[in-house]
Ligand binder design. Structure first.
Ligand code: F0G
Length: 459
């Protein structure tokens, strides 16, 4: 079975090592489960040579800026453009072997209406839903899939609530690898499932939840020659770091006061936090934004872990939320995320189903749109403003993780007033009525359309 290890003698050695987040053990190679051989904790990628020869911040900024004018594939990628802070590719390897769909390069939008509704003056959205497969996963997948191909794997696999599988299937197909998807049956959106099918994955709908799928995958990688591309894979998190680099470049290297990220399996918040810590270490920024993580009330494992154990022990939950992307009760990267919250001084909050639906509609009404899991960020911001954790004059960036088109059922049910029918939230959801825009069925006559227009003008 192929393995990740340092290059053979004579070949320039890799620029990174694996470090265990539990016992700190450093190693040059890792087994298929990406866990420490000594204590079983998760691994992260570290760059020991930065201690000896720290990359110069101004040189880096100039190189990244210059690459924006280039037409070669590594520079057209919004991830590989920042390759100086990523695991190095084998120097003998042709750059054409990078699997890229020109990921990253995502817009930063001002959200003036949502800013007013939340009570802050400077609010922006970094929209990762504008990636090639419609979610932030592409930024990590380009790196992890490239390293999987380079290590000689034929099969890649993941457990997913939908977006990871869509992304993995696309990058595997581009790289000529086969892909195996494990998703919870009936608990992911059709649009994400359809992506995996279209990109040619072998797709298994398992009669369990996401946590059950991930458990099974962990066993599978020990038995079969498949390479896992979940966010336990530390190469994924290195790619996802570039969100923070690109954001800071867009802000002319002035860090915002707050960055707010949805929390599911907790890989993305860990990656973004790692990027900020590294950026400060390299002198690219002089202070850290506070990184806060928001979860759905029904999938609040990190919230409970911090409140009930002070971050010492994971409190797993039986997850339930209509924001299916984050319907996760046993998050793999909880320790990494807890560390990031501590390092940046961020908060961890939970929001209700009605608050998520309201925030999603407000982001949509700005002409931006996102999937439900992304909207927890705005809902969480409102809470953090009320708690005075975020001050009205502070700058805030919401990370919108997925595209509006990822979950059309949620949006249509919302506007038709069906989202909370028969649920415990039915009464509370009355506050959403002013935001609903149900489709109107009419006879195909000019009169009928004009009457509708006149009524809309009055409302
Ligand atoms: N937002 C979206 C749209 C997601 O798809 C996910 C995770 C998250 C937020 C949470 O990110 O897990 O890094 O904390 N989706 C995974 C998947 C689990 O399988 O697609 P996280």
């Amino acid at each position: 079975m192929p393995a990740f290890s340092s290059p053979a003698p004579g070949v320039q050695s890799a620029n990174f090592r694996f470090r265990c987040i539990g016992c700190g053990d450093l190693s040059d190679s890792t087994s298929q489960d990406f866990r420490c051989a000594h204590c079983g904790d998760l691994l992260e990628i570290t760059y020991p040579q930065w201690k000896k020869a720290k990359p110069n911040a101004e040189t880096l900024k100039a190189a990244w800026s210059e690459r924006r004018l280039s037409q070669i594939p590594v520079d057209l990628s919004g991830v590989w453009r920042f390759r100086d802070l990523l695991p190095a590719l084998d120097p003998t390897l042709d750059e054409a072997q990078i699997i890229t769909l020109r990921e990253g390069n995502t817009p930063l939008y001002a959200l003036p209406q949502s800013a007013r509704s939340a009570g802050v003056s400077h609010l922006f959205a970094k929209h990762q839903g504008m990636n090639p497969t419609g979610s932030f996963k592409d930024c990590g997948m380009t790196v992890a899939a490239t390293f999987a191909l380079r290590a000689g794997f034929r099969w890649v696999a993941c457990a997913s609530t939908g977006n990871t599988s869509a992304s993995m299937a696309a990058y595997a197909a581009r790289g000529g690898m086969r892909s195996l998807v494990l998703v919870p049956e009936g608990k992911i959106s059709w649009s994400k499932l359809s992506q995996a099918l279209d990109y040619g994955a072998v797709t298994c709908q398992l009669r369990t939840d996401f946590d059950g799928c991930l458990r099974l995958l962990q066993e599978l990688v020990r038995r079969a020659p498949v390479h896992q591309l979940n966010s336990i894979n530390p190469f994924r998190l290195e790619g996802q770091k570039t969100l923070a680099l690109e954001l800071l470049e867009q802000l002319d290297w002035n860090p915002p006061d707050h960055i707010i990220v949805p929390g599911g399996n907790l890989g993305n918040s860990s990656a973004i936090g790692k990027a900020f810590v590294e950026m400060r270490e390299l002198g690219l920024i002089s202070r850290l934004p506070k990184l806060s993580v928001i979860q759905a009330e029904g999938a609040n494992a990190l919230v409970r872990t911090l409140r009930e154990t002070g971050g010492q022990r994971l409190v797993s939950v039986q997850a339930e939320t209509r924001a299916t992307a984050i319907r996760i009760g046993n998050p793999a990267s909880w320790k990494k995320a807890a560390h990031v919250l501590e390092a940046t001084g961020g908060a961890c909050e939970q929001v209700s189903e009605v608050e998520i639906a309201q925030a999603k509609a407000e982001i949509g009404a700005e002409g931006i749109g996102c999937e439900p899991a992304s909207a927890v960020t705005l809902a969480g911001l409102k809470k953090l403003v009320k708690q005075k954790f975020v001050k009205p004059d502070e700058s805030v960036v919401l990370v919108l993780t997925g595209n509006l088109l990822k979950d059309p059922d949620f949006t249509i049910e919302f506007h038709r007033g069906e989202l909370f029918k028969g649920s415990a939230d039915e009464n509370a959801s009355a506050v959403l009525d002013p935001l609903r825009r149900a489709p109107i069925v009419l006879d195909a006559t000019l009169d009928a359309v004009i009457r509708t227009l006149e009524q809309a003008e009055k409302s």
